[in-house]
Design a protein around this ligand. Structure first.
Ligand code: AMP
Ligand code: ZN
Length: 491
């Protein structure tokens, strides 16, 4: 963000608060600051591209807050213990189960999938948070948190320490009218007083050996998943912070339970965060994309098909974060084509910008530039409407007659929000080689040269035949483009 932009007046930022089901104007707890917590991955497996939509959304929020002039503190946690195979209180710990299935230690599994997740974060140009908060680094503090609320709000039974949800006001408000639904999904646990009560500490069952367990006043065991996020969010952001984000599934169980613990901890009706925001699902024809459904799409699968990760980011930005987004290969390829056009537009602009003289930069701002910035502000202030904002980027690139310095400055501002890495990505970066391609790049170049010669010789039949042969091997030729060829993806 450049200095000028931070000084410009912005429209009041309106965000949809799942707690009130209303658009609300953002008023920070601490003037000039924005403190945001995002529920991170459970690292027992790769993240699928649906999960990554949740982090692209959180990044869009963070970038918009920064652009609006707030000093952002963003925390994302890594859940490396405590998340059971069901969001309620039954099933195995996902980490222990993955360890048993693979013969590796739960700690090795956590490290491996955390690294894989961070790789995807980087490839999607998601900004680093102020801290990646790792659950297993905080267990002692979680025990202290639990001790603080145990007397008034919890009871012990054979399997653990449970939170009594009737001890806090308005339990489950966040889930709205879905509580019957949710109740149906919660399975019975011996000794639980109410269906919606949940474990904040799970004891290791007698005779069982767990790789991840800690001593506690309630016996050896592990923290509950909900306890982790309450403790870590308030530790780093304060007992009352600005925004808590996650996928829409968290609206039903995980976040209502966090809120109950926060209320108990703070001895207050306040839910801990002022605004709770949830991204909608990425779905495919079979419904919500999920890891339990066996084969799932992760970012590497797209890359193996020759699709640049940022084309997926653009695909996400083309939809509002609260809308369901359907994944199809056609949608993704359309986003890739759009991304290529944008990158070509940026390269052309850069050529003009490099050739511009210094007086250009000092000229008064062109009214078209001011108008586009205002439209960008209006779209993003309207609950982060990136679907409306992205076409402004193309409008800007199309303003051929407007001073290149001013266009470049606004482009940088826009990309500060969209995160498409437009200052770095080149057309050559977009030419990804599919993993199962058999033809060599040098053979493609040689055939292109032969075709060029055939055209010079006016042997158009031969030129066409070469083109057809390449097409059959998955290579499309782009006549008139400096890169000349690109891979077609056979899907
Ligand atoms: P998990 O690793 O399962 O804890 O999920 C990580 C994040 O992805 C959470 O915020 C989930 O709510 C979110 N999520 C899960 N499935 C989807 C999906 N299909 N589309 C968008 N977000 C999802
Ligand atoms: Zn969480």
């Amino acid at each position: 963000m450049n200095e000028n932009s931070s000084q410009r007046a912005r429209q009041p930022l309106k965000l949809f608060n799942s707690l009130t089901r209303k658009l609300e104007t953002f008023h920070p707890v601490h003037a000039g600051e924005a403190r945001v917590y995002t529920c991170g991955p459970t690292v027992y497996n790769y993240q699928h591209i649906g999960n990554m939509r949740a982090y692209i959304f959180a990044d869009l929020l963070g970038r918009t807050l920064s652009w609006s002039g707030y000093k952002l503190t963003h925390i994302i946690n890594i859940t490396d213990v405590g998340h059971l195979t069901s969001d309620a209180d039954v099933g195995d710990d996902k980490m222990e189960k993955a360890a048993a299935a693979s013969g590796k230690t739960a700690w090795d599994i956590a490290r491996y999938y955390t690294d894989a997740y961070w790789d995807d974060i980087n490839r999607l140009n998601i900004r680093q948070p102020a801290k990646w908060s790792i659950a297993t680094d905080h267990v002692e503090e979680m025990i202290e948190f639990a001790k603080g609320i145990a007397d008034k709000h919890c009871y012990e039974c054979e399997s653990g320490l449970y939170f009594d949800t009737t001890t806090v006001p308005d339990y489950g408000r966040l889930a709205g009218n879905k509580s019957d639904d949710v109740e149906g999904r919660i399975e019975e646990v011996e000794g639980k007083r109410h269906a919606q009560d949940f474990a904040i500490w799970r004891k290791t069952p007698p005779g069982e050996n767990r790789q991840m367990e800690w001593d506690s006043p309630w016996g050896k065991g592990a923290p509950g998943w909900h306890l982790e996020c309450s403790q870590m969010s308030m530790k780093y952001l304060g007992n009352e912070f600005d925004i808590h984000t996650g996928g829409i599934d968290h609206r039903e169980i995980h976040h209502p339970n966090e809120i109950a613990q926060n209320q108990a901890h703070n001895c207050s009706e306040h839910s801990g965060a002022n605004i709770w925001m949830h991204n909608n699902f990425l779905i495919d024809r079979a419904g919500k994309m999920s890891k339990s459904s066996g084969d799932f799409l992760r970012l590497q699968v797209l890359v193996d098909k020759g699709i640049h990760p940022l084309a997926y980011r653009l695909m996400c930005l083309q939809a509002h974060y609260r809308s369901e987004l359907e994944f199809t290969w056609d949608n993704l390829l359309a986003a890739l084509t759009r991304f290529k056009r944008i990158v070509m537009g940026v390269e052309n602009l850069r050529l003009k910008f490099d050739a511009a003289d210094a007086t250009e930069a000092k000229a008064r701002e062109h009214p078209k530039i001011s108008e586009l910035r205002e439209k960008l502000d209006a779209a993003m202030a309207d609950d982060l409407n990136s679907a409306k904002a992205v076409p402004l980027l193309e409008e800007l690139l199309g303003l051929k007659k407007v001073n290149a310095s001013q266009r470049m400055a606004l482009l940088q501002e826009m990309d500060g929000i969209f995160g498409l890495d437009l200052e770095q990505v080149t057309r050559a970066d977009l030419r990804l080689r599919p993993a199962d391609a058999t033809i060599k790049a040098s053979d493609i170049e040689a055939m292109i040269n032969l075709r060029q010669q055939a055209k010079v010789d006016k042997d158009f039949a031969k030129a066409d035949a070469i083109r057809d042969e390449l097409t059959e091997q998955g290579v499309d030729l782009m006549d008139g483009d400096a890169l000349r060829w690109e891979w077609r993806i056979s899907i």
